[in-house]
Design a protein. Structure first.
Length: 310
């Protein structure tokens, strides 16, 4: 009998499978308010926009005529839309590259500085707090041909021949918008990169330095690969922001000179509210939505492959 007792003690107890907990019925009551708000302000307007994209509605009258794919056919054939798409892509690529390069440089600078680190961080981040409209007005005054600070400085140092109508010249208008937007947005992405830099163990750079690696080699082979997670986030956010750029264009150039700075977002506004073609504008908004979704998925899939796990 004692042998049976010993054998019973040595036999491991079999754990009983735990039953999955069911949500209590009242748990849905906590989700319901948020779901109703989301449905009312996101799902319903989105569904309505999809329907309006197949109509010729002017945005005012009650006459909403269904015209099928006529709006989308016009989008494919419109030279103005093609020009806006080209401007959008040029501006997006420029902003994604310049904003992230500037943000990484600022993050490294703030991370390396010994004194007044929080002061520099605040100074670089401050432009992000300004709205696009305020930033547009500030830079419109800075770049004004007659009394702008930039041209006045050139004239004061004897370079008056270099004075340019930055916002009225087809050659420089987009450049002015891109650089002013980089000035505004780089500080935001700097904070994300700074968090990534502070998560990199200092021992890695110290070991590389002992092995004779210089600053550029440390950045190329250690810092930059370990910033891949931050790079993915920043590039996706900057890309989406660039594709939707509107405030700066509305304030600084109004899409001009001519149509040189008119983007897809701005043409949606001009067509929908200026020309009273809400149906066509909504169809263009659907195209922009699909473009952003497609580019974001491709970008995330590509950037995720090169992320390094610590």
């Amino acid at each position: 009998m004692s042998a049976n007792i010993v054998k019973a003690k040595q036999t491991p107890a079999i754990a009983k499978p735990q039953k999955k907990r069911k949500w209590p019925s009242y748990a849905l009551l906590f989700i319901l308010p948020s779901f109703l708000i989301y449905t009312l302000f996101v799902i319903v307007p989105t569904a309505g926009s999809v329907y309006l994209s197949f109509t010729s509605w002017d945005g005012i009258s009650e006459d909403i005529r269904y015209i099928g794919f006529a709006n989308f056919v016009e989008i494919l054939q419109s030279t103005r839309v093609h020009n806006a798409l080209k401007n959008t892509l040029v501006m997006t690529i420029s902003l994604v590259v310049l904003e992230n390069v500037a943000a990484i440089l600022l993050a490294i600078l703030v991370d390396k500085v010994r004194w007044f680190k929080n002061l520099f961080r605040s100074i670089f981040y401050f432009p992000t707090l300004l709205s696009g409209v305020v930033m547009g007005f500030v830079w419109a005054m800075i770049l004004n041909y007659n009394f702008g600070v930039f041209n006045q400085m050139l004239n004061a140092i004897g370079l008056g021949s270099w004075m340019v109508d930055w916002l009225g010249s087809p050659k420089y208008a987009m450049l002015a918008i891109v650089l002013s937007t980089v000035w505004k947005g780089a500080g935001y992405y700097m904070i994300i990169y700074l968090a990534g830099l502070q998560g990199i163990p200092a021992e890695l750079n110290e070991a590389a330095s002992i092995d004779g690696a210089g600053g550029w080699q440390q950045f190329r082979h250690i810092t930059f690969p370990l910033l891949a997670g931050s790079l993915t986030v920043c590039m996706v956010l900057s890309m989406i922001s660039a594709l939707k750029i509107f405030d700066q264009i509305a304030v600084m150039t109004d899409g001009g000179p001519g149509f040189e700075t008119e983007t897809l977002t701005y043409i949606i506004y001009k067509v929908g509210f200026g020309e009273l073609r809400q149906g066509f504008g909504t169809a263009l908004a659907m195209v922009l939505f699909l473009l952003i979704l497609l580019v974001t998925l491709i970008q995330v899939k590509f950037l995720r492959k090169r992320e390094v796990q610590m």
